[in-house]
Design a protein around this ligand. Structure first.
Ligand code: LRH
Ligand code: MN
Length: 425
């Protein structure tokens, strides 16, 4: 299934209200000398990678409730990302997970991606599950395992993932380690860290010179007492140990309650070691909920640091913007449309922060004014800018509305039937 521009244009209907809302906002923003056209272009150029493992229904150990019309092949997954991109014009990339998405026909996969304007962002390895026919088990860890042969198997898997990514045009590898313990005394923290560092260096050494290594941290789950790469500091240390093309990946759900993630982001950018994001939201743990559905202001504060960093930290690389979510009760494509909207909205609001005025107020210790400047931007309804950015690229005025008006899910069920199951979590 592919959505053509004409059907989206038809679904957009009249642009009268949009024009009125946009002109009203543009007039308001021009009073503070904001270059509205430049703003719209920045928003339109902002592309987020969709996780290949989140195009079907997610689930928990307590159950999984299927969603009909799920993509059963990698080609169908990329077609679904194409639908998201056609509607939102901000989903021009996909992040694959190996072995859930091993291409069987590279040419076909690349052709569908090209047809849909989709590029391949970071590719993810998986040493948190045993694969059918695997010689050695990762039950007690992979890159940190006490057993040299198991560590070697895990390092080789990561090199295999890089080889797959190279054929597709990816330029970065994401490593997330489940390795850890569920009981005190189960492992030596120091030996586990040392072995992980050695393994990461071996992975890094096997990457092409123009590739980046993104090291994702997480405090717990599936181990519930310790995780070897538990926080940004550990990931930062390992990235420094590996080399200049190794960075930290921040998954928003991988923080203990009340963590100040915006400060983590500012710190990593200042050190030139922030490589990318897994956007999602959470109330308690690694809930992988819709971006901006629980803590939208926190997301805005993170983007405020990102906008500052992109302006002032040339030492930090271009960031990998990716979603990492799981859909237990929502249509996966509707959930992802909402997440993409929330990310664009937080970015647009952050672009409205008058960084010069904020810096001046900070210098004067005018704490009240600092908050007023931030919240002034946050309280601005930027949706007409997002609409204009989408329309400027042939996208939908209202992606969710168009998705339903065009009966996309029904169309996918018609094509794929009710019982297809997407690989992934
Ligand atoms: C771990 C994680 C990691 C992925 C997985 C699908 O919680 O965030 O990024 O490999 O989810
Ligand atoms: Mn993640």
């Amino acid at each position: 299934m592919q959505l053509d521009k004409d059907s989206i244009l038809a679904a957009n209907g009249s642009l009268h209200n949009h024009e009125a809302d946009f002109n009203h906002l543009a007039e308001k923003l021009s009073r503070s000398h904001t270059d509205v056209e430049a703003l719209v272009k920045k928003i339109a150029d902002f592309q987020v990678a969709v996780p290949s493992w989140a195009l079907g229904a997610g689930g928990t150990r307590f159950g999984r409730f299927s969603f009909h019309g799920e993509p059963a092949t990698l080609e169908q997954k990329i077609a679904d990302v194409g639908i998201l991109h056609a509607l939102t014009q901000t989903a021009g990339a996909v992040s694959l997970h190996i072995p859930w998405d091993v291409p069987t026909d590279y040419a076909a996969v690349k052709q569908i991606a090209d047809q849909n304007g989709i590029v391949f962002d970071a590719i993810n390895s998986n040493t948190f599950q045993d694969q059918p026919g695997a010689k050695l088990s990762y039950k007690h860890g992979s890159l940190a395992n006490t057993d040299e042969a198991i560590r070697a198997q895990a390092v080789e898997h990561n090199h295999e993932v890089v080889r797959i990514g190279e054929k597709l045009g990816s330029k970065s590898l994401t490593v997330w380690l489940a390795d850890g313990t569920s009981f005190p005394g189960q492992r030596s923290f120091q030996k586990a860290l040392a072995q992980t560092e050695k393994s990461c260096k071996e992975i890094y050494a096997g990457m092409p010179d123009d590739w980046s290594l993104l090291i994702e941290y997480k405090p717990y789950e599936p181990n519930f007492y310790s995780t070897v790469i538990m926080d940004w500091g550990t990931s930062f240390m390992l990235a420094n140990a590996c080399g200049e093309r190794a960075y930290t990946l921040v998954d928003l759900g991988h923080h203990l309650p009340n963590s100040n993630i915006e400060q983590v982001v500012a710190t990593l950018m200042a050190k030139g070691k922030l490589g990318g994001f897994h956007f999602n939201d959470s109330k308690y743990g690694d809930d992988d909920l819709t971006v901006g559905s629980i803590k939208p202001y926190a997301l805005f504060l993170i983007f405020n640091e990102l906008v500052y960093g992109m302006e002032h930290n040339p030492q930090n690389p271009d960031l990998a913007w990716m979603i990492d979510a799981s859909h237990n009760v929502k249509d996966p494509l509707e959930d992802l449309i909402q997440s993409l909207e929330a990310i664009q909205e937080a970015y647009a609001k952050a672009l409205l922060v008058d960084q010069k005025a904020l810096a001046a107020a900070q210098l004067n210790h005018d704490v009240v004014q600092c908050q007023e400047i931030l919240q002034g931007a946050y309280r601005t309804d930027v949706r007409p800018l997002l609409e204009r950015a989408r329309l400027s690229r042939g996208g939908a005025l209202d992606p969710l509305g168009a998705y339903r008006t065009l009966r996309v899910r029904e169309g996918l069920i018609g094509e794929r039937g009710k019982h297809t199951v997407a690989t992934g979590l």
